[in-house]
Design a protein around this ligand. Structure first.
Ligand SMILES: *Cc1c(COP(=O)(O)O)cnc(C)c1O
Length: 364
């Protein structure tokens, strides 16, 4: 059997008729930028998260850098972020000239809240929490630290649509929640898309102006902004997908439960869900010191896997200028060397998952 590490066609065919009708209706409407679909999506997504405002943007990276920028963070400032994130989180900081200060992750792959305070300096302006793999960071501790030290709190929710901490949705704990709707995300568009949610009305307005060339009304430009608009067609397709988020999330949780129940191998460590949280399982990430062997064995069985992520940002060539070297963040580096993402996607067939489980369990 051939198993892809991820596939997006299943998720499309599941709601094919609705997606196609929506796409056609947008095409036929004659209105393609900043119209009714975007407005509806912003309202629906704000309601979904429990935030007051949502502004649609062109990508998750745009959500991050625009949030950092409009929170007034720039050159000379420091932003605390976990070491084991996708590099976009870090670029959201450095695009603005600010410096990322890395913190090691905990056993749930989230920022280790007990190691944040030791990194705070008088230049620290914000903490960026990344709810990695659809799991949730320790938000009680983190919000307390941000409050005590008067730091902004930015949540990178590109992998955590619908994840909860003590009944509150990720993205609503701090100043801003930044989302990506890249096709493979839990809530995926059919191209690039992103959004910021916030409860701060002025900030929401600033973002709205900024995304459209800093223009509040046509040809009157208030600030130097960007072109980071969410397309009508993507917003329309997102409206369709959002209406099914409950079942999409439930399905992912079921798939994860099956892996967790049935995988057993002494060389493999399974992921765990933090107490008081509801993870949405963007990836199902195991850890093994025999990663290369296991990957090659699975490849022979026709099973593709991925590594999220093989090179931590502090060791990326792009960030050589930060001056970090191997050994600086041992936990982050150990995770980068041992994590492995198993095949996991909306619509994964039971026989596909069972085959994957059987192959892993019989790996010698
Ligand atoms: C996908 C992702 C991003 C970036 O989103 P894009 O829409 O691809 O720009 C940022 N942070 C994390 C953690 C991501 O997984």
């Amino acid at each position: 059997m051939k198993i892809m590490s991820n596939r997006m066609d299943y998720g499309y065919y599941k709601y094919q008729k609705e997606f196609e009708e929506k796409a056609l209706s947008v095409l036929r409407s004659g209105w393609y930028i900043l119209g009714g679909e975007v407005k509806t999506f912003e309202e629906n997504f704000a309601a979904y998260t429990g935030a007051q405002y949502c502004v649609g943007l062109a990508s998750g990276l745009d959500a991050l850098w625009i949030a950092v920028r409009l929170l007034g963070i720039g050159s000379g400032d420091e932003v605390i972020v976990q070491g084991n994130t996708y590099i976009a989180s870090v670029m959201g900081i450095t695009i603005n000239g600010a410096t990322p200060v890395f913190v090691e992750p905990d056993i749930y792959y989230q920022i280790d809240a007990d190691k944040i305070e030791e990194k705070i300096t008088d230049r620290t302006k914000a903490v960026m929490v990344v709810h990695l793999y659809g799991h949730v960071a320790d938000m009680d501790k983190i919000t307390r630290i941000c409050h005590e030290h008067q730091l902004k709190l930015i949540e990178d929710c590109a992998q955590s649509h619908g994840a909860f901490y003590k009944g509150q949705m990720t993205g609503t704990f701090g100043d801003v929640g930044c989302f990506s709707f890249y096709p493979s995300k839990n809530l995926g568009a059919f191209g690039d898309a992103g959004a910021i949610v916030t409860n701060l009305s002025e900030l929401a307005e600033d973002i709205r102006v900024f995304r459209n060339y800093g223009s509040e009304k046509r040809y009157y430009n208030k600030v130097v902004g960007a072109n980071s608009r969410l397309d009508e067609i993507q917003a329309g397709l997102l409206n369709v997908r959002l209406s099914h988020m409950k079942e999409i999330t439930e399905e992912r949780r079921q798939l994860a439960a099956v892996y967790s129940r049935e995988l057993r191998h002494r060389d493999i460590l399974l992921p765990r869900e933090r107490e008081d949280t509801r993870a949405v399982w963007h990836q199902y990430v195991i850890r093994t010191s025999r990663r290369r062997e296991l990957t090659e064995y699975l490849e022979q069985k026709g099973i593709n896997t991925l590594i999220h992520y093989p090179i931590p940002p502090h060791l990326a060539e792009a960030y050589r200028y930060l001056g970090h070297c191997r050994g600086d963040f041992p936990v982050t580096e150990r995770y980068a060397d041992t994590v492995l993402s198993l095949p996991f996607y909306t619509g994964m067939r039971p026989e596909e998952q069972q085959y994957t489980i059987d192959c892993i369990n019989s790996f010698v």
